[in-house]
Write a protein that binds this ligand. Structure first.
Ligand code: ADP
Length: 472
């Protein structure tokens, strides 16, 4: 099958979070299974695009409202990523350094989608499936099925995967003139609560949609930033497929970013070395248990609770534990964390920013990884931490619920708590502290975690089943 994945992110080209990890891995695994999967994304001005060579495969121009923009489709020359990477270059509109947070994000992603459609239409491409990821490509199903401009593509199956249902990419009907001529009888398929809502439109128009874990599919009917009723009515079109991890990139035995590689057999000694290097870098003692957090410092991740969790845990255990936080986001949370670092320099390390290499070192060097998430569509951090022998402490929600079994249960390996309250997380930290002191038990749990298989092989097969279900 020939599958186009459309995404705003793709590791290692441009990654902000889990979307990038998934789009950088799933197509590779689909290709290993004999399919022809490629990725199409905007051409950003980033390290990857500056350091790699591209062939020009198409040139065109597309109207965005009254303004016409030139664009070029570039293909990475070597297929180094394990799939064909196509990038749409539009000077002045898509060639920016960051992926998100520009005031003209609507124009950026509407144009990306129109240029993609023009390219595949005029170059006579015939994909078996167009796979859209999140709202950035959410208008594609509607445009294919309800705009005369792309009539020849109207039988092409489309799938939407929702990595984060909180963001919809909604914009006002005042900007509807950005879209090409559409069937005016069908405009309701673009609308949600009086605006154009790309995510809602894709849920309505794509042949099927998936979420990145089974529990998240259900949770979207309860909490999805205003789309709850839509998910309730379209529930049967949905399927939950838990993400895998790219075991070539995330392998503690071969990971070049670690101080020392290790396997399941050498995990205790290997983690010790990585922990020592990490603690030395941040000026904290490696003799205490190390609790870490990696991620966006936003409410979704429960980051606002971190200062309270850390403070209460340090008080409760006489500062006999250390915390290391890597992330960026809400300025208030950043300030509160930096204040804690000032107050407890011996126990608290904070790195504000995005640092891929450091993230690998933290997964390897920490003893525990905290994820007090309010919402977690899948969560990859806990899967990486399992692979690196680091015990995840998670709130029982979304993909965390689906991937972690509490060590108090038969065959369990992680630590879970139910409610989004600092007290519950502090209690979970105390359980972790007790576990840390019980060395044989901790060793056993590390063995269990590292033997788990969360590779893409299984999940990629589920995507293939989903594609097969679309066959005409
Ligand atoms: P999200 O909701 O942010 O997509 P996921 O758990 O699905 O959350 O994926 C997060 C990914 O981003 C993981 O690969 C994680 O290691 C990475 N990540 C998040 N924040 C940082 C950071 N500050 N530095 C390095 N990597 C980060």
């Amino acid at each position: 099958m020939k599958i186009f994945h459309l995404s705003a992110e793709c590791y290692p080209v441009a990654k902000v979070g889990g979307l990038g990890d998934v789009v950088g891995a799933l197509p590779k695994y689909l290709n290993q299974m004999g399919h022809e999967a490629s990725v199409v994304m905007p051409f950003y001005d980033r390290k990857f695009t500056r350091e790699n060579e591209f062939d020009s495969v198409f040139r065109g121009s597309t109207l965005l409202g009254k303004k016409r923009y030139e664009f070029e489709v570039l293909k990475e020359k070597t297929d180094i990523l394990g799939f064909e990477l196509f990038m749409i270059k539009a000077p002045g509109l898509l060639d920016r350094e960051n992926v998100y947070s520009y005031p003209d994000e609507t124009e950026q992603f509407v144009f990306f989608q129109l240029a993609f459609l023009d390219w595949i239409y005029w170059s006579q491409q015939k994909p078996d499936v167009i796979h859209c990821h999140d709202h950035h490509s959410g208008l594609i199903p509607f445009l294919i099925y309800h705009s005369d401009l792309y009539k020849r593509l109207a039988n092409t199956p489309t799938v939407l995967t929702i990595h984060n249902g909180q963001y919809h990419g909604a914009f006002s009907w005042d900007k509807s003139y950005y879209l090409p001529e559409i069937d005016q009888w069908q405009t309701g398929l673009l609308d949600w609560r009086g605006g154009i809502n790309p995510l809602a439109s894709a849920v309505k128009c794509a042949w099927r949609f998936s979420t990145v874990s089974p529990s998240y599919l259900h949770e979207l009917t309860i909490q999805s930033n205003g789309l709850e009723y839509l998910f309730y009515t379209e529930y049967k079109k949905g399927v939950g497929i838990i993400n895998g991890i790219d075991t070539q990139v995330w392998d503690p035995a071969t990971d070049p970013m670690l101080t020392k590689g290790y396997t399941v057999k050498t995990v205790d000694a290997g983690k010790k070395k990585n922990k020592e290097a990490l603690c030395e870098r941040f000026g904290i003692s490696s003799d205490k248990p190390l609790f870490s957090f990696i991620g966006r410092l936003v409410d979704e991740k429960g980051a606002d609770l971190l200062p309270a969790i850390i403070r209460a845990s340090l008080d409760e255990h006489n500062q006999e534990l250390n915390f290391l936080i890597l992330g960026s986001g809400d300025t208030e949370v950043q300030h509160a964390l930096l204040e804690l670092k000032e107050q407890y320099p011996q126990c608290c390390a904070v790195y504000i920013g995005y640092n891929e290499e450091l993230a690998h070192q933290v997964y390897a060097g920490a003893d525990f990884l905290l994820m007090p998430s309010r919402v977690e569509p899948c969560g990859l951090n806990q899967l990486y931490s399992l692979r690196y022998g680091t015990v995840p402490i998670v709130r029982n929600t979304g993909g965390l619920k689906d991937s972690i079994i509490d060590f108090g249960e038969e065959g369990g390996y992680g630590i879970k708590f139910n409610n989004i309250r600092a007290e519950e997380a502090v209690y979970a930290v105390s359980r972790a502290y007790e576990l840390y002191k019980n060395t044989p038990h901790l060793k056993k749990i590390r063995q269990i975690m590292m033997a788990l298989d969360f590779s893409w092989d299984k999940s990629a097969k589920e995507y293939v089943n989903l594609y097969e279900s679309l066959k005409l």
